[in-house]
Design a protein around this ligand. Structure first.
Ligand SMILES: Cc1ncc(COP(=O)(O)O)c(C=O)c1O
Length: 369
């Protein structure tokens, strides 16, 4: 084939640093794997049974683009109760990622700037590029808090959107209500769209979850079932936001994803009713186990949510540190995969106790050297 068949936009997208670690993982024997971005539990039995019933019933065909009425009704009731805004509409999407794709493609014109906090979820800058936009990164080191003044200073006449993610991947930071309010008001004042990625909403350990959409009716929220119900493979998500924007995203979904997977939507109806609080409490315990095991030898901001922590490497770069960790049979992700800096590394505590303890031993051994 001809090299020029590949679009220019693909040349600025590198294979994810996470994928590289997964490839390396295959060469290790029983590695300690703290690289995983999936909850440490199986999806609810009720959801599995609902999926089996749906496929046996023959619900294996396209659904309406906006999502099946049963699932929409449940999500809409929750959204209406949390955000009593008359103009807020919802769309069922193919994962939170699908929602992000639709939101960016529906709003970003070539040359538009999108502000992202660094460290960021890997997909943001790459998909901003695909959409023709330009990422403007605002550094949030060393405590991973959002400095709203710094965000405001990054706003230019070309700024179209700001992406906020709380609880955050890869830092586990949960932004407090006051910061989110300030950010939401800044977006409103400057006429900028605020995109709030809330896929880790269920995993808040030290206080209740707050959403920027509580303070600004125009915030578009991306959410999904991958993390809350351990359904990463089912590709089920949803978004809510101003009706006009949701209409555009629905139009685009019609000609791209068509609809979220039908069986997954039926599984989602059952999953929605399941109480996941015990699972969240269990992840809080794992967070404490890993943090307490490492805090004496590593500089770590204790994460308030999600299932990640983002310690500083004791010496060298994140990539050098992770290469050494892998030589010691431990898998984790270099911070450079999520940042313009490569000074940290990401650990996931969505792992069994024995795995966490083995990881703590290896990491403490590496820090001593
Ligand atoms: C911050 C963030 N947003 C979105 C996603 C994508 O989630 P989904 O599986 O729902 O597409 C992830 C997955 O790791 C994530 O960490």
């Amino acid at each position: 084939m001809h090299d020029h068949w590949i679009a220019r936009r693909m040349r600025s997208i590198e294979v994810s640093g996470i994928r590289k670690v997964f490839d390396l993982a295959r060469s290790l024997n029983n590695p300690v794997d703290l690289s995983i971005g999936m909850p440490h539990f199986d999806m609810p039995e009720e959801a599995k049974r609902a999926a089996v019933a749906a496929l046996e019933r023959g619900d294996n065909v396209y659904t309406v683009t906006q999502g099946i009425p049963e699932l929409r009704a449940k999500i809409q009731a929750d959204v209406r109760q949390r955000f009593p805004q008359p103009d807020r509409d919802i769309l069922i999407t193919s994962g939170t990622s699908g929602g992000l794709v639709l939101a960016l493609l529906s709003t970003i014109d070539p040359g538009d700037e999108v502000i992202v906090l660094d460290p960021y979820f890997v997909m943001y800058p790459h998909f901003i590029t695909v959409a023709g936009g330009v990422s403007v990164v605002v550094d949030s080191y060393p405590d991973f808090r959002i400095d709203v003044n710094k965000v405001e200073a990054a706003v230019t006449p070309r700024t179209k959107a700001i992406i906020v993610n709380s609880p955050a991947n890869p830092t586990g930071a949960v932004h407090d209500r006051r910061t989110l309010e300030d950010l939401a008001r800044l977006a409103q004042r400057r006429g900028v769209l605020l995109i709030s990625d809330e896929v880790y909403r269920a995993f808040c350990y030290d206080g209740p979850f707050a959403s920027a959409a509580e303070f600004n009716d125009d915030v578009v929220v991306l959410d999904g079932f991958s993390k809350s119900y351990a359904m990463t493979g089912w590709r089920l998500g949803y978004c809510h936001g101003p009706k006009r924007l949701i209409e555009e995203m629905t139009k685009l979904q019609q000609f791209t994803f068509v609809c979220a997977p039908s069986v997954a939507q039926h599984a989602g109806v059952a999953a929605w009713e399941v109480d996941m609080s015990a699972v969240v409490a269990d992840h809080r315990r794992r967070r404490d186990r890993l943090y307490d095991g490492l805090k004496d030898r590593y500089e770590i901001v204790k994460p308030g949510g999600a299932f990640y922590m983002f310690p500083k490497v004791p010496a060298g770069t994140g990539q050098e540190f992770v290469a050494e960790a892998i030589r010691n049979n431990l898998l984790c992700i270099p911070g450079g995969a999520f940042s313009r800096r490569d000074t940290h590394f990401r650990l996931s505590f969505a792992a069994g106790d024995e795995m966490l303890d083995r990881g703590i031993d290896i990491l403490n051994h590496l820090a001593k050297r």
